[in-house]
Design a protein around this ligand. Sequence first.
Ligand code: DSN
Length: 441
Amino acid sequence: MSRKDRLRKADPEVFNAIRSELRRRKEGLELIPSENITSKAVLEALGSILTDKYSEGYPGRRYYGGNQFIDVVENLAIERAKKAFGVPYANVQPYSGSPANMAVYFGVLSPGNVVMGQNLLDGGHLTHGWKTNFSSLFYKSIPYHVKKDGYIDLEEVERLAKENKPKLIWCGATSYPREFPFEALGRIADDVGAYFACDIAHIAGLIIGGAHKSPVPFAHIITTTTHKTLRGPRGGIIMVTEKGLKKDPELPNKIDKAIIPGLQGGPHNHQTAAIAVALAETLKPEFRDYASQVVKNARVLAYELMQRGLKLVSDGTDNHMMLVDLTSEGPGTGVFFQEALDMAGITVNKNTIPADPSSPFYPSGIRLGSPTVTTQGMKEDEMKLIAGFIAEVYSEVKKYRLPEGDKKEYLATFRQEIRRNRTLKRIRNEVKSLAKKFEIY
Ligand code: DSN
């Protein structure tokens, strides 16, 4: 009996949900910039018996017996992470990106210390100091912003840092389409004696593949997820650089202790194994080609969208993602665009844009990117086709405006209309034909 048959017989409901998700992906285009497609080898490690084992502690110093092979796996993941990024220390146990960032706070700060990070509505991450997140509830968060042109406002960062003397400054974001100014931010952090932590979750694969500048010479601490451009399973890594060791030789110890016993229990060993496999994949020469194609594809997609009249935050991209600014269609219109694209088989996410006049639930933009379609083998020509599909969908939703009061009825009518929309149905078929040509499962 194959593995697939075992699940189908044991739990047809879960099996069917997985099968439907697979069909959804095979027939559509995934343009969410934080997603990707893992290799079968990564999936095999992730679905392995390693999930059964408890191994609190670290290689060679565990609280449970029988960890000799788990140690092999964790050491492989650590050594590959160190090699991939060029750092002297890595902890591969964080369950994901937010726990990794939490461990940085726990490791180097005390409650109430001042922290600076890019504002969520300007593209930053929840854990970099958003008002409803632990990072603002337990620490004093001073957010910095982007300028009108969409680039980080370095003058503001410098002024805020001098005024507030943060103990930690974050660089990193979830929706920032430009290269990060690691050097300038690192200098500001050094000037005020702060730790400089770079959260490279989105661009980790680009950095390893040489398609984005590395923060290693400028940062003390680096965190990342492993499932975005890095193309691994869900997971997180915390690293300390040589510069970090110079500032504080105890940093690795502080991070290790913050993870366990500070925040986590047993590591997810199946996840660690899959991270090790993914990291080995990033060390192959073809991963450099992948990373550079991700950026080329994003640039072409951005250019073609702008040629077709869509406005992009910062007028383009340096990395794998772009943000469409829909404020000319009215505040909150991202929801219409996302749902209509979904109807056409193109998955993106509605997203706030800098100084969004609306709210995160009804934002005025959408975010999209090239990592997944590039993994499937798509290149510049396909990006032009995709831009054409997106622009056509855009013209179908331009007329919708989010009402100020009750939105439910308006959205229900909108949904009925897009379900019947013939242009969207035609695009859906074209998307399906394109996707089928680049199927990888
Ligand atoms: N949710 C991730 C993203 O989509 O960028 C960030 O945590």
